[in-house]
Write a protein that binds this ligand. Structure first.
Ligand SMILES: Cc1ncc(COP(=O)(O)O)c(C=O)c1O
Length: 396
């Protein structure tokens, strides 16, 4: 039976990262995969997480399954981190959540619950969006429509086109939004645009679903969810799929959460029961380790304070790299790269052609996607000059 299967190509992003690893050039620059890298080009373990891990190792008595809903302290901490302690939905018990294997698991369980409520529902996704969204949500049976989002001319959001397209979204449809630090383009909505989108959601009755994979890495933990909170405070039903991969550095621990805000506490309980049953049929229980670590950090005031300081330092570093790239690329290439400064988070489209991206790889060992999306956090003091010179060579 299985021998009829043909070999599939590697995931394009992971395939390029593997190509970079095997490149012997000591000056190679890897800007492919979306992981945070520090000045030494290393993806660090947060010190606060390492301290929580020591505590866990000292105190852990069993490796028995954790409940399908996940770690309690993690659920409580994440609900508050995302919706804010003054959220009336939170205080009225209208938010339910379950811990999931990463942000991908959260998106998948969200899709399962949507499919149970409205089989084959239409999900509106931004053009462009993270390439995994469609296969991940679509494998459950949901359908898709795209809305215009990124304007390559201005390197910003084309909000009037976005509103125009979403004025066709109806009650029963889901509109997938990036909470902050849009992947792949780095262009986010302003607060005023979130307000207009909220109004559209009230008018049209669609359900917003927010993918929140980078909270804290754009403008800070609170500012990055200001738009999400405004929306949630003014619309009854909201779904949030959050990841702790980047903002807690828990990538391989597969730590995420799916949260549902609904119109009453009884419907919140019903939705949570649906999410647990969906998890049971897909993977049963979430991995325990990352959720427990994140729960320990979020429920201990000292660890939480230290974690926020570490995350803020990462965010400041990314924004300083954005400043440096804007200044140096503009000077070296004689064209305007100021948009890099205006964007948020780890990603940016440089606006190069795919031929230029390919020659950067083959001639300079600078690895970015063919779309010229870069992971800004892959730049550091050791490689920035080489990177800028390489871009100047292929563009001039
Ligand atoms: C936009 C977006 N959503 C979700 C995820 C999934 O995160 P996780 O690795 O926690 O599954 C990612 C990861 O890169 C992402 O970029």
């Amino acid at each position: 039976m299985l021998e009829q299967l043909s070999e599939l190509p590697d995931d394009p992003i992971l395939g390029l990262a593997a190509e970079c690893r095997s490149d012997p050039n000591p000056e190679k620059v890897d800007l492919t995969v979306g992981i945070y890298m520090d000045e030494s080009g290393h993806c660090p373990i947060f010190k606060s997480i390492a301290r929580a891990q020591e505590k866990l190792i000292d105190e852990e008595l069993t490796k028995a399954y954790i409940p399908a809903v996940g770690d309690e302290a993690f659920n409580i901490g994440m609900r508050e981190l995302i919706f804010g302690s003054d959220s009336s939905a939170l205080n009225d018990g209208r938010i339910s959540s379950i811990q999931t294997p990463g942000g991908c698991g959260a998106l998948r369980i969200g899709a399962e619950v949507i499919q149970s409520a409205a089989p084959g529902a239409k999900v509106w996704v931004s053009d462009p969006t993270w390439p995994v969204h469609i296969p991940l949500l679509g494998s459950v049976g949901l359908n898709f429509e795209t809305y215009r989002y990124y304007d390559p001319e201005t390197h910003g959001v084309d909000f009037s086109m976005m509103l125009d397209d979403l004025s066709n979204a109806q009650k029963g449809d889901v509109v997938l939004l990036h909470g902050c630090c849009h992947n792949p383009c780095g262009a986010d909505l302003t607060m005023d645009q979130w307000k207009q989108l909220t109004q559209l959601s009230q008018q049209q009755g669609f359900t917003p679903m927010i993918d929140l994979a980078y909270q804290g890495l754009g403008a800070g933990l609170e500012d990055d969810v200001a738009g999400l909170r405004f929306l949630a405070d003014n619309v009854e039903e909201v779904i949030v799929a959050a990841s702790c991969s980047k903002n807690m550095g828990l990538y391989r621990e597969r730590t995420g959460i799916i949260l549902f805000q609904s119109e009453s506490s009884s419907s919140a309980r019903a939705i949570a029961s649906q999410a647990k049953v969906a998890a049971r049929r897909v993977y049963s229980m979430p991995p325990a380790h990352g959720g427990i670590l994140a729960g320990l950090v979020l429920s201990d005031s000292k660890l939480k304070e230290d974690w926020i300081a570490e995350l803020d330092a990462m965010c400041i570093r990314i924004n300083s790299l954005r400043d440096q790239l804007s200044t140096h690329l503009t000077a070296a290439c004689g064209r305007d790269f100021d948009f890099i400064r205006r964007e948020n988070g780890m990603f940016s489209f440089l606006g190069l052609t795919s031929e230029q991206a390919k020659s950067l790889r083959s001639e300079h060992s600078v690895y970015m996607l063919d779309s010229s999306r870069i992971n800004v956090a892959g730049i550091n003091a050791n490689n920035i000059d080489y990177f800028v010179k390489s871009i100047a060579r292929v563009t001039n």
